[in-house]
Ligand binder design. Structure first.
Ligand SMILES: [Ca+2]
Ligand SMILES: [Ca+2]
Ligand SMILES: [Ca+2]
Ligand SMILES: [Zn+2]
Length: 564
């Protein structure tokens, strides 16, 4: 963002801070649904339906025959062996490792295992309220079998009442010497992490990537594999790499389990929430706004750490952070936790909206931000670190969702056009897009209140107009005679054109074509080039001739040359 008439020094800071950009390589293709499910830590396949191996049915009948009362079973979809058996499966015995082994040996054939249970080591022996549980972990030639376990539950009287079997039959391999070194496996695994950006960046202060040799059976063929774990700023990825060929044995899986929390935010900002342009900052006091401006919201995608760290946003570059074991982030505006919550909620909101438009990979990463690092009345997105800094001058910048979203606009463009913004016009388009993006998102929540006025709450500190606005989306600036050489001012030509397009063809189509046309831009894009790109994107998206013509006419009326 940029204040009207701020100093030259401030202006330099207002600009996106340009520095080294490291390309993260080519993203893997994946269907939107696939990505969405994976990124939310949800199921990656439907519930597998297992059927018994017919050869095992006589053995199964024998077990059922010896049991007293009903027996339930779930069959392994991979091996046709019993995966979970519940019922009174044995006569009473003294619970012990030996008696557990004895029972398992008697059922080994049913489990497609050898009666001596070679390679099964007792790894847990726990007394529970129900009785006693013994867990045996599977190894073959000393190599752990991933997920391979046998569990025996005894009830209080010593009956076996549960047999849990995730062992892998025929897990013994001809050779257990990998061709790949662990480092090679880690490199290979990195190539299988789904699209994203900083998701691929390892956490500097977290655990480094690891590779553990295992026997992996989930493909249905026991295979020597490296289990690679890579902790990133977002997901913690697990990838199984064939230890001889380097191929991935399954799609990368996010090990994080996300939780939801409760937060308190302004609906866009205090003025929009109160529909009252007379509200003022009053030195960040809670009493400056009526209690009715707060809205309780669900915070999605939190990683459960108790901090505002989640799949799409993290306040981790803030100096002091709030935390809540119960994921409850309810603060009033005098507390910095309120700014953190605003940032988290509205960045997450924006990314989910992008995905809902059919862009699964646009800036799909954890956006890191801070709310207390800069005392200036300014915010910026930093290309070198890909983080956003929200300043605290005047109204705290993160107290206004329009400012939160404007900066995210820079982040989006940086993601879609690496290195974006090397010329005055390209940067002006960047500022104009940020304002448009704030406007179109804010309009989803404002019920039509003052949508063309951007960041009215933040602007109370420096604007003398009513309503106070950082900038507007409905100006009359015309290209090229309105160009003044300042990117925020000149950006108003672009944002106004986009805003008119939105009015003409509707918000969803406008937002979609705006995001789509970014893929056609170059880092030094001119207004005219971007105008042609918009028309190209609208045509490519299959918009009607009426819509395409409306876009073209609006751009031409704004003074841009459209040659398509
Ligand atoms: Ca505040
Ligand atoms: Ca401010
Ligand atoms: Ca507004
Ligand atoms: Zn900006």
């Amino acid at each position: 963002m940029e204040l009207p008439g701020c100093s030259l020094v401030q202006r330099v800071l207002c600009l996106v801070v340009v520095s080294l950009f490291v390309s993260m390589g080519i993203a893997q293709a994946a269907s939107p649904d696939e990505v969405r499910l994976k990124r939310n830590g949800g199921p990656i396949q439907s519930q597998p339906q297992g059927k018994p191996d017919p050869d095992l049915l006589p053995l199964w009948a024998a077990l059922v025959g010896k049991a007293s009362g009903p027996v339930s079973v779930t069959w392994s979809h991979l091996w046709g062996t019993p995966k979970a058996v519940y019922g009174m499966l044995s006569s009473p015995m003294e619970p012990s490792e030996a008696s557990a082994r004895q029972f398992l040996s008697s059922q080994a054939a049913l489990l497609n295992l050898e009666p001596s249970l070679p390679g099964f080591v007792l790894t847990s022996d726990r007394k529970t309220s129900m009785g006693h549980v013994y867990v045996f972990s599977q190894r073959a030639d000393g190599v752990p079998v991933y997920g391979g376990e046998l569990k025996i539950h005894f009830d209080r009287d010593g009956h076996v009442v549960g047999l849990i079997n995730t062992s892998v039959p025929s897990a013994k391999l001809p050779a257990t010497v990998p061709s790949l070194e662990p480092e090679q496996a880690i490199q290979a695994a990195k190539g299988h992490i789904p699209p994203g950006l900083s998701d691929k960046e390892e956490v500097a202060d977290g655990p480094g990537p690891s590779a553990k040799l295992v026997i992996y059976g989930d493909t249905g063929t026991p295979t020597l594999a490296w289990e690679v774990t890579i902790h990133t700023h977002g997901p913690a990825w697990q990838v199984f790499i064939h230890a001889q060929t380097g191929k991935a044995l399954a799609p990368a899986r996010d090990l994080n389990r996300y939780v939801t929390g409760t937060g308190q935010v302004f609906l866009v900002n205090a003025i929009v929430a109160a529909r009252d342009n007379s509200l003022r900052d009053q030195k960040d006091t809670a009493s400056a706004v009526p209690p009715t401006v707060y809205r309780s919201v669900t915070l999605m995608g939190l990683d459960g750490s108790g901090f505002l760290d989640g799949i799409y946003a993290s306040s981790s570059s803030s100096k002091r952070r709030v935390s809540s074991a119960s994921q409850t982030f309810v603060f009033d505006r005098s507390e910095n936790g309120f700014s953190e919550t605003m940032g988290y909620y509205y960045l997450d909101y924006a990314q989910r909206y992008i995905q809902s438009l059919g862009f699964p990979t646009v800036n799909n990463r954890q956006q890191v931000f801070s709310v207390d690092r800069s005392k200036k009345d300014n915010s910026f997105y930093q290309l070198s670190t890909k983080t956003i800094t929200y300043g605290t001058g005047g109204v705290d910048d993160a107290e206004d969702a329009d400012v939160v979203w404007h900066e995210y606009g820079h982040s989006i463009l940086d993601d879609q056009v690496p290195g974006y913004g090397t010329t005055l016009e390209a940067d002006s388009i960047g500022e104009g897009f940020g304002d448009y993006w704030a406007g179109t998102l804010g309009a989803q929540l404002s019920e039509g209140f003052q949508d063309a006025c951007v960041a009215e709450w933040d602007a109370t500190s420096y604007s003398s107009t009513t309503p106070p606005c950082l900038r507007r989306l409905d100006g009359t600036k015309h290209y090229p005679e309105s160009v003044v050489g300042e990117v925020h001012d000149d950006g108003e030509m672009w944002s106004a054109a986009l805003w008119q397009i939105r009015a003409a063809i509707g918000a969803t189509k406008a937002d979609t074509v705006v995001l789509q046309h970014h893929f056609l831009l170059t880092p030094d894009t001119s207004f005219n080039q971007a105008a042609d790109a918009l028309v190209t994107a609208a045509t490519g998206l299959g918009y009607s001739a009426t819509d395409v013509n409306a876009i073209r006419t609006i751009l031409q009326n704004r003074g841009f040359t459209v040659t398509l």
